[in-house]
Design a binder for this molecule. Sequence first.
Ligand SMILES: NC(=O)c1ccc[n+]([C@@H]2O[C@H](COP(=O)([O-])OP(=O)(O)OC[C@H]3O[C@@H](n4cnc5c(N)ncnc54)[C@H](O)[C@@H]3O)[C@@H](O)[C@H]2O)c1
Length: 350
Amino acid sequence: MAKTVGFAVVGLGVGHAHVKGALEAEGCKLVALCDIRPQTLDRILEKHPGAASAKFYTDYTEMLKNPEIDVVSICTPSGMHSDMVIEALRAGKHVLCEKPMDITVDKILAIEEVRKETGLKVGGVFQNRRNAVMEPTKKAVEEGRLGEIYTGLFRVNWYRSDEYFLHNDGWRGTWALDGGGSLMNQGVHTVDLMQWLLGEVKSVRSIMRIVNHKIETEDFTNSIITFKSGAVVNLISTTSAYPGYGTDIQLTGTDGSIHIDGDRLTVWRIKGDNMKEEEAEMLQKYGAAGVVPASDHTVVRGHSFHVQDIVDAVRFDREPMIGPVEATKAVRIINAVYESARTGKEVVFD
Ligand SMILES: NC(=O)c1ccc[n+]([C@@H]2O[C@H](COP(=O)([O-])OP(=O)(O)OC[C@H]3O[C@@H](n4cnc5c(N)ncnc54)[C@H](O)[C@@H]3O)[C@@H](O)[C@H]2O)c1
């Protein structure tokens, strides 16, 4: 029988969703928690009393000495990720790392080098790929059912308060630790879905602004993304859309269209004899499914999938769903958006 995997979580903000995942995952035992702020433990224990048996540390390096730990889940500010992932790998631990895996492609590729050298597992988090409606959407795109997808819209239309950016010494909205604003932090999931659905990017043309926050980074980007397939798509991100809306994904093809709001399907119209019946059936299944609004940052979903994925990767010696190279794709596009906005020039990919 496969062994039980000892699991640790560092960074107890969104880390609470990883704690929940570890307590529920099959073949997993939560053995350690770490945060430089000891008060974060109270909130964890209030939400997840089962975490009481895990050993709590305020020093990450100290925690990594614990031989009971097989996997470390890294949930600290984004710009710290690669250093902490590499330290864990060097200590012989497998890693699950929150999105973005780090804020530059080079930093993520440095993880990939150590992953290859050590032979340990490294998984990233892009839980929106697991939203129910994404499976049939990806399948319809892959089967070419929409014909030529020549345009589309990917829009993250969210709101974040000033307090949100002041939280925990104000790391959010800084270039050094957040790597960007509405696109790198909030929009990275949608950029990942965009490239996952539409493939390789050819070029990026963008503008960005700080609309309504006292932060270093943008809170609004607007880009034209051209894909190698020929599709030309609008990518928009903001955290200033008071009081906060959802994430729109619209795929427009010569044989059909799919529109998604949050993870709720709103349009599924694909050429065929039973177009109307198919749409009715799809809307029934994936329409107003009572999903939570994506603009509520206190709600996190889908992390349990990634916790089980890394646990199974370790137990059954397979690769996790999102490896470092896969995790670079969205980060490369986002940094191209920033470069184009700064220079006023189109960024052309290799
Ligand atoms: N997948 C998602 O949907 C999702 C949602 C929210 C956040 N995130 C990602 O998770 C990461 C954390 O975001 P957050 O919103 O939870 O931030 P947060 O500020 O609420 O929590 C981060 C925690 O890390 C702790 N920390 C900082 N440095 C540390 C260190 N050296 N050692 C131990 N603990 C340390 C802080 O004290 C804090 O409690 C970011 O990379 C963010 O992009 C992902």
